[in-house]
Design a protein around this ligand. Structure first.
Ligand code: ADP
Ligand code: F6P
Length: 320
C-alpha cells in the first residue's frame, strides 16, 4: 500500500494529535504518502483532504484537541453517503484509512470496509474508555487526571465550609472516568451506570459521618448514572447537609496529553500504519495487558456490562 489517509472523528480526546503525528511519521518512514482528512467523516464526504508531511505534525505531540478537527456526521450511516467518502479516497488513489475515534467511528469504519472493501484501521481515541476489547483508549488517562485536579480544588473549599460536593464527570454510559477519578481522588461515593445505588443509604451514611466528625464528603457522578440536580436535592433534603453541584463539562476533554496517552498514541499509530503497509484486514487496535492487540470490527462494542467491580469495591471500602 502506498497511499493512506488519517482522520479523527466523534468527541476529541487528548492524544489525538500525538496519534496523527505517529501515523504520519511512520507512513513517511515506510515511504508511503499520507493525507489528513478534516472533520472526520463529514470532511471525507466533502473531499476536505490534504497531503501531510513530516513538518505538518511538528510541535503537535503535546497539544490537546485535534488539529485535523473532528465532527459528528449522523448522515454517514447511509450507504449512499458512505459512497461519497469512497469517491474521495478513489480520487486521490488512497488505498487505506486510519480512523481515530470511538465506537461510532468504528461503526463507520466497519461499513467502509464491509460495504466497499476499503482497508480501515481503527484507533481508540475517546476520553470515555467505553470500548469492550481494549484496556485503555487514548485520552482517558489525561481526562481522569484533569478531573483529579478539580477534585483537589473542590476538597479545599468543601472542607472549609463543611459541605458535600457532587461532581459530575463525562463518560456517556461508561463509569470509568468517575471510578478512576473517584479512587484516585478519595471520593466517598462513586455513582456509575453499571452499578445500582441507593440514595437513601448514601444520605443516611453522610448524616452519620457528620455526627462522627467527618464534615465534608465527595460524590462523583458519572453522567450516565442519573440527574445531578435531582440527586443533590434528594441527598440534601434527606441528610440535612448542604450539597453543592459542579458539572465539570468540557474542561475534562481538553488539555495536554499525559505520558500514558502519548505513548499509547505512538504505539497505536505505528501499529496502524504497519498493518496497512502489510495489507492486513481491516480491524481495531487496542491494548490488553500492555500488549498492542488487533480485533475485527465485528467484535467491537461499547463496554456496557464489563466494569471493574473489584476496583469499585475498593473505592467503597476506602471511603469510610
Ligand atoms: P465516537 O466515535 O466517539 O463514538 P460518535 O458516536 O459521535 O462518536 O460517532 C462518530 C461518527 O461515526 C458519527 O458522527 C458518524 O459519522 C459515524 N457513525 C456513528 N455510528 C455509525 C453507524 N452506525 N454507521 C456508520 N457511521 C456511524
Ligand atoms: O464521547 C466523549 C464525550 O465527551 C462524552 O463523554 C460526552 O457524553 C459526549 O462526548 C459529549 O458530546 P458533545 O461534544 O457532542 O457534546
Amino acid at each position: 500500500m502506498e497511499k493512506i489517509a488519517v482522520l479523527t472523528s466523534g468527541g476529541d480526546a487528548p492524544g489525538m494529535n500525538a496519534c496523527i503525528r505517529a501515523v504520519v511519521r511512520t507512513a513517511l518512514s515506510f515511504n508511503m504518502d499520507v493525507y489528513g482528512v478534516e472533520r472526520g467523516y463529514a470532511g471525507l464526504i466533502k473531499g476536505e483532504i490534504n497531503r501531510l508531511g513530516t513538518r505538518s505534525v511538528s510541535d503537535m505531540i503535546h497539544k490537546g484537541g485535534t488539529f485535523l478537527k473532528t465532527a459528528r456526521c449522523p448522515d454517514f450511516k447511509d450507504k449512499e453517503v458512505q459512497r461519497l467518502a469512497v469517491e474521495t479516497l478513489s480520487a486521490y488513489d488512497i488505498q487505506g484509512l486510519v480512523a481515530i475515534g470511538g465506537d461510532g467511528t468504528f461503526r463507520g469504519a466497519r461499513d467502509l470496509s464491509e460495504n466497499f472493501g476499503i482497508k480501515v484501521i481503527g484507533i481508540p481515541g475517546t476520553i470515555d474508555n467505553d470500548l469492550n476489547y481494549t484496556d485503555y483508549t487514548v485520552g482517558f488517562d489525561t481526562a481522569v487526571n484533569t478531573v483529579l485536579w478539580a477534585i483537589n480544588n473542590l476538597r479545599d473549599t468543601m472542607h472549609s465550609h463543611d459541605r458535600v460536593s457532587l461532581l459530575e464527570v463525562m463518560g456517556r454510559k461508561c463509569g470509568d472516568i468517575a471510578l478512576y477519578a473517584g479512587v484516585a481522588g478519595g471520593a466517598e461515593y462513586v455513582l456509575v451506570p453499571e452499578i445500582p445505588y441507593d440514595l437513601d443509604e448514601i444520605s443516611k451514611s453522610i448524616k452519620k459521618s457528620y455526627l462522627r466528625g467527618k464534615t465534608s464528603n465527595m460524590i462523583i457522578l458519572a453522567e450516565g448514572a442519573g440527574n445531578r440536580d435531582e440527586i443533590a436535592k434528594y441527598v440534601q433534603e434527606k441528610s440535612g447537609i448542604n450539597v453543592k453541584v459542579t458539572n465539570f463539562g468540557y474542561i475534562q476533554r481538553g488539555g495536554s496529553p499525559n505520558m500514558q496517552d502519548r505513548v499509547l498514541a505512538a504505539r497505536f499509530g505505528y501499529k496502524a500504519v504497519e498493518l496497512l503497509k502489510n495489507d492486513s484486514d481491516s480491524c481495531a487496535i487496542g491494548i490488553k495487558d500492555n500488549k498492542v492487540i488487533t480485533v475485527p470490527f465485528s467484535e467491537v462494542s461499547t463496554r456496557t456490562g464489563r466494569f471493574d467491580t473489584e476496583l469499585y469495591d475498593i473505592a467503597h471500602t476506602l471511603s469510610l
